[in-house]
Design a protein around this ligand. Sequence first.
Ligand code: SAM
Length: 244
Amino acid sequence: MKLSKDEFINKLKEELLRIDLVISEEQLIQLYEYKELLVSWNDKINLTAITDDEEIIKKHIVDSAYALNHINSESKVIDVGTGAGIPGMILAICNKTIKVTLLDALQKRTIFLQEVVNTLKLENVDVVHGRAEEIARKEEFRDKYDVVISRAVARLNVLMELTAPFAKIKGSCMYMKAGKTEEEISEVNKSMKELEVRYKKTYEYCIELNNEESLAHTIIEFTKQNKTKEKYPRQFAKIKKNPL
Ligand code: SAM
């Protein structure tokens, strides 16, 4: 259902309060403007399958904002495979002290993201077009981030090799997943060893929907122990064919 601007903002405020997040009127308006751009650009380029206002609030905005509970202020964050800016754009709007890099392989999506940054005059967001396995080899991105975050990009044993190289030593790798994750976690023993990351914690939370159903979502957090070995990440075809 399409909500008016006031209805959208009131609903958003109410849903963010459920996760104990209070943001300013200006930030609420920026989230509304981001949603408006997302829905209008979605007619031309494929950005999201979710277009209903209430669903965008719950499944995109609140889901993303939940991660702020586990990100320190002033952190340098990279969102790998951000797509339409989820979760990174939402994190950056909700917490202006963090500095967020949004990375995606599809240029039409990064053009959209840059348009959002320009329209909303966001000073804490950089947009980068490229493939994670190539960008992670550049000095300015490698071993540099306090937090690497990623939602809905790949299975954990592939995702970890693509993303861990961005984290600094003692930095966090956070993976947002839906549903059961035990099996995926059980597959990453070798990845953890090779990439020198240690499992830290799994955070579970529920997205409450209108029909009294709820979605079980999870953030799995790892801590990077050491600089990533030169040989990682490998080329994508190799990672995919033969995950660590
Ligand atoms: N994170 C967003 C979300 O949760 O809505 C987008 C998820 S979408 C299913 C996956 C995104 O990852 C796509 O936009 C795709 O272009 C990007 N992607 C996939 N592999 C990538 C890679 N190796 N490097 C950079 N981006 C990648």
